[in-house]
Design a protein. Structure first.
Length: 123
C-alpha cells in the first residue's frame, strides 16, 4: 500500500484509483476503514468515492472485482464495487492507495452509478 493524499511526495490520486478510507455508515453512526474506488475529482481536494466490500449483499448492481479487474495492485479477496454507496471525501481522509482499476471496469462502475442517478421510470 502506498501513502496517498495531497501532501508533498505522496502518490497522486485519480479516477480509478483504489484507496483505503474510513467509509461512513449510511446513518453516519460510525465509519469503517475499507477500500473505495475514486470515481471523480470533486474539486478543492475532495473526491467522489464508491464503496468496495467483500460481501455483495444481494445487490444486483454490484460489480465483481477480481485480480484481473486491476491494472495495478489488487485486493486480497474477490470484492464488489457498490454503485449505490457513494461518498465524497477530502484527500486528508484517504489513508493509502492499494491499486488502480482497468479503464473498462471503472467505466462500468460509472455507467451503473449514472443508471441509478438517471431519469426514473414513471410509476
Amino acid at each position: 500500500m502506498e501513502q496517498a493524499g495531497g501532501g508533498c511526495g505522496l502518490v497522486p490520486l485519480a479516477a480509478g484509483a483504489v484507496v483505503l478510507v474510513p467509509f461512513p455508515f449510511s446513518d453516519l453512526s460510525q465509519a469503517k476503514l475499507r477500500p473505495a474506488v475514486i470515481l471523480a475529482d470533486a474539486g478543492r481536494g475532495d473526491w467522489i468515492l464508491c464503496q468496495i466490500t467483500s460481501n455483495p449483499y444481494g445487490d444486483p448492481r454490484v460489480i465483481e472485482l477480481s485480480d484481473r479487474s486491476f491494472r495495478e495492485g489488487s485486493l486480497r479477496v474477490t470484492s464488489y464495487a457498490r454503485p449505490g454507496k457513494l461518498f465524497t471525501a477530502n484527500h486528508n481522509l484517504i489513508v493509502g492507495r492499494v491499486g488502480a482499476l482497468q479503464d473498462d471496469v471503472l467505466a462500468e462502475i460509472v455507467r451503473r452509478v449514472t443508471g441509478i442517478l438517471g431519469p426514473t421510470q414513471a410509476r
